[in-house]
Design a protein around this ligand. Structure first.
Ligand SMILES: [Zn+2]
Ligand SMILES: [Zn+2]
Length: 381
């Protein structure tokens, strides 16, 4: 199921930055307060000497830190840094040095361009925003059109967390709650539902919690195709992943078990997409849910690890998204197969402690260089 109706004109109409054309002009307009910084009181020759000792990544970022330093050291090291890598992965990684310098735009690896971002845009109001082809191609999670979380949102949330408020969107923009009804179990049975979603960043990884509660009338349990009907009522952001259309591994077995025992099932892990989920069944006990006699209440919570959101091609992000019209099954770039233990992602969410990711060997290239707080970048945010 695809939610987007993208237009190529939307991509072309957006004001995008051609990286190499804008690098120099943008760099010289970044800072207005460099005279107040200690480093700017140094002779130009000393600043150039400092730059000569820096690692290539730090030297490239250093020349973009202020207008004064850009004039002092030039952009040759930046040029060398950006043109050096031969692989796409390294090139995308290196280009973050520009994204970190220019807060008005974010880098889209799918388009290999910089897009302007509006700080007010979050997953809640995507249908009212201009949609690009890359919003769908870079994968997305959703609850119909009410809530569509694209890669753009995930990256901008991490950028803000890493570099400051001007660089992205706050996590509050991810929060959403809705009470509704559904006729998933037949046109004569309109049952209440509740849905909520929220996000956290723990140790530079985006975690997402979503929850869905639905009243199950006795007639639905006794009727045909109960699980197929139930699945249609569930938001993709709660139950779905990109590997197939059946949802998290073991989810419906857990639902079956919880309904059979009229209780909760233990936390389970979908290792395909790295999602913890918990199924509970209990009696309706609120005014909202007492509208269907003798019904039971089914609630499903999911805790997702969306990774560091540095690339739309990273399986940590991509494994969670809507499959749409794509072909299901193994062999693509979407299967993740984690070695997490069930409950680990939920614990990371609840306790705000890092996941045990050391064994993955992922390089942290997001740390700030030592000069970050010395330069006027702090005033640019
Ligand atoms: Zn794009
Ligand atoms: Zn899954």
């Amino acid at each position: 199921m695809g939610l987007f109706k993208p237009s190529k004109n939307a991509v072309e109409a957006d004001r995008e930055l051609e990286i190499r054309q804008k690098t120099h002009d943008s760099a010289v307009s970044l800072s207005t307060a460099q005279n107040q910084n200690t480093i700017h009181k140094l002779p130009v020759e000393v600043i150039q000497q400092i730059a000569s000792y820096l690692e290539p990544s730090n030297a490239a970022a250093f020349c973009l830190s202020t207008r004064f330093i850009c004039y002092a050291v030039g952009t040759q090291q930046l040029h060398n840094f950006l043109s050096g890598p031969t692989s796409k992965i390294d090139r995308r990684k290196n280009i973050e040095v520009l994204e970190r310098a220019f807060s008005s735009h974010w880098y889209c690896a799918w388009c290999d361009r910089f897009h302007r971002h509006d700080p007010a845009h979050g997953p809640r109001n995507l249908p009212s925003q201009s949609i690009r082809d890359c919003d769908e191609c870079s994968s997305y999670l959703h609850a119909g059109t009410d809530y569509i979380l694209t890669y753009k949102h995930a990256r901008l949330a991490l950028n803000r967390n890493l570099w400051g408020p001007d660089y992205g969107i706050p996590l509050e923009d991810f929060t959403f709650e809705k009470e509704s009804t559904t006729k998933a179990f037949g046109s004569k049975v309109n049952v209440p539902t509740q849905f909520s979603v929220s996000a956290k960043i723990v140790s530079s990884r985006l975690l997402l919690h979503s929850a869905f509660t639905i009243v199950i009338p006795p007639s639905a349990l006794q009727g045909k195709n109960f699980y197929a009907k139930l699945q249609k009522a569930l938001p993709q952001i709660v139950y779905g992943h990109r590997n197939d259309r059946a949802g998290h591994s073991g989810l419906f077995a857990s639902i079956n078990h919880a309904i059979g025992n009229n209780s909760k099932y233990t936390v389970q892990l979908c290792s395909t997409c790295a999602t913890d989920y918990l199924v509970r069944v209990h009696s309706p006990n609120t005014d909202t849910f007492q509208t269907v006699p003798e019904a039971i209440l089914l609630s499903i919570q999911a805790w997702r690890d969306l990774g560091d959101c540095r690339s739309p091609f990273d399986a940590c992000w991509r494994a969670h998204g809507e499959l749409g019209e794509a072909k299901p099954g193994f062999g693509g770039d979407t299967v993740r197969l984690t070695d997490f233990e069930a409950g680990e992602i939920r614990s990371s969410w609840d306790l705000e402690v890092p996941l045990k990711i050391a064994a993955t060997g992922r390089e942290n290239h997001l740390g700030r260089p030592f000069w970050w707080d010395l330069s006027s970048n702090a005033q640019m945010r």
